[in-house]
Ligand binder design. Structure first.
Ligand code: ZN
Length: 203
């Protein structure tokens, strides 16, 4: 199983990190060892002083596919979820500066929170889904899929040109604005359309 992550998919988040607006989706992969086991606390790794939360809509791939035409993308997933792409921002900045790969900043153990899954049929319009992240009861990230530069079906098509998609693969669709540092003692709770999908304690 692989986690395929999209970077810079929301204009406001691109602005907050002072990144350039991409002409193609930014794609990177987290290893399966980065998945935070269910019900486990998230431990800030000792190599970072600036781990950020990035709440993201998730899509679970249900069958093998490559070179998928966008109009058939919907046949490759049934379930939608919500998660966090934890990012060691200080380390990522150093690596970016040197033009080096980001994996250490994004793929460390526990860096991928994956909440519960629900059927995509529960939502009338996947291109207008609101989702939020609360930190200690306060909303810190407030997103809507309508603000994505590339929608789910376009992302599946794009990614499948490079990586064969397999059953169980998960796509992290990018984070909206509002990323911030997490500290020991923080409680992070993510929701879609007001329904809780995960709750994580930071240690
Ligand atoms: Zn992300």
């Amino acid at each position: 199983m692989k986690l395929i992550c999209i970077g810079r998919n929301y204009a406001a988040h691109i602005a907050e990190l002072e990144n350039e607006r991409p002409t193609d989706p930014v794609v990177f992969i987290k290893p399966d060892s980065s998945v935070l086991p269910k019900e486990q606390d998230f431990y800030i790794p000792e190599f970072s002083d600036d781990v950020h939360h990035e709440v993201e809509l998730l899509v679970k791939i249900k069958k093998v596919g490559k070179h998928i035409d966008p109009k058939f993308s919907n046949l490759y997933y049934d379930e939608i979820g919500l998660g966090i792409d934890f990012t060691a921002r200080d380390l990522q900045s150093k690596l970016k500066e040197k033009g080096l790969p980001w994996e250490k900043a994004k793929g460390f153990d526990g860096a991928a929170v994956i909440g519960k899954w629900v059927s995509k049929d529960r939502y009338a319009d996947l291109e207008n889904l609101s989702f939020q992240l609360e930190k200690n009861g306060e909303v810190v990230q407030d997103g809507n899929s309508s603000l994505m530069l590339w929608q789910i079906d376009e992302l599946i098509s794009y990614v499948s040109k490079y990586f064969m998609l397999k059953k169980g693969d998960i796509i992290f669709t990018g984070t909206p604005a509002g990323v911030s540092k997490v500290n020991p003692g923080d409680v992070l709770e993510g929701s879609i359309e007001g329904e809780s999908f995960f709750k994580v304690n930071v240690k």
